[in-house]
Design a protein around this ligand. Sequence first.
Ligand code: GAF
Length: 402
Amino acid sequence: RSRQQGPHDGDRVVDPGDVAAAFADVFGRDPLGVWHAPGRVNLMGEHTDYNDGLVLPMALPWGVTVALAPTDDGTAEVRSAQRPGEPVTFTTAGLAPEDPVEGWAGYVAGVFWAAREAGHLPADAGARILLDSDLPIGAALSSSAALECAVLLALAEAHGLTGLTGDRPAMAAVARRAENAYVGAPTGILDQSASLRCTADHALFLDCRSGAGSAVPFDLDAAALRLLIIDTRVEHTLSDTTGGYAARHDECTRAARALGVDALRDVEDLEAALAELEDPVLVKRVRHVVTEIHRVNAAMGLMRAGALGDLGAVFTASHLSMRDQFEISTPELDLAVETAVAAGARGARMTGGGFGGSAVALVPESRLDTVCTAVTDAFAAQDFTAPSLRAALPSQGARRLR
Ligand code: GAF
């Protein structure tokens, strides 16, 4: 089967039947089922989630597919189609964040640990697991959250963890805990919520303080638009505790403390707040977070009004704020955004944590080929690695496939 996707609306690339068959080959038995959790692009609201703000993601057609059989031997054996020679086994009772399972399997172990810590998973619950993915890693498309959410959903349904299976916000909290406390990446709730709570043809408008979410129609077809995802192939990471993501989180915490608010969400008078801050770096960070939260409301309003073309200007304003105020863009992301807009996109922005990864561009159908060619050529002219380009429609969140 081909993993190549052209610049067209993609369907899932991994076939659940293939994953079930591969599971049977490896483990000598059938899985109980096959589950899938998607990656996401965030359409507005970057670095607002851990400031108790608003976000507006949509799920991608691509993600992580899991075949799983539950066991009651308290052990897990995990294999990945992407790492065929590296089976990982662990005893679930022995898991501890102080001595974590390293690498990709750490996200799986983290889910077992977090589900046990939250009182959902009995000590003797184990599993045989085979993973497959059609989501690039390090592309800021939430491959880690897709992995956590796919494993958690499969585990919860296979073991009948009824406290979790009907409660997607609770599941998102458990998956986030795996990432924060076990893997050690200080992320917010955006990615896990997107993977678990998004619905097809809609974006998810999520209040990260209250947890309240609502589906907002995002009908690209009706507006003759395409959402082009430009993966710059510059890998980003969230789990580097000395890296840019953690530093931004820290700056926001310091700014909130200096302003005497619980979170930057609570800043009401932006100019008055900025005047109170002595550190010019914190001034920029606060300006981004507060205006970005307003842009989420603006984008949501335009979606509800069906005025998707006008979203483009909000996209581009958001990108400039991330480039100049929050300082999380890269030359590749800036080039992708500038070139896409110059070639006819209605607007474009980097998406996700920044420092690499992907941009999204809102492109009139009739301009899609032109924009793709322009971006590819611009990257070649700068001697940047060729970007990967795919268009996507808003897809369904995590679910059982068979
Ligand atoms: C990453 C994080 F995981 C999210 O929690 C969010 O902060 C995002 O970066 C930036 O909006 O995806």
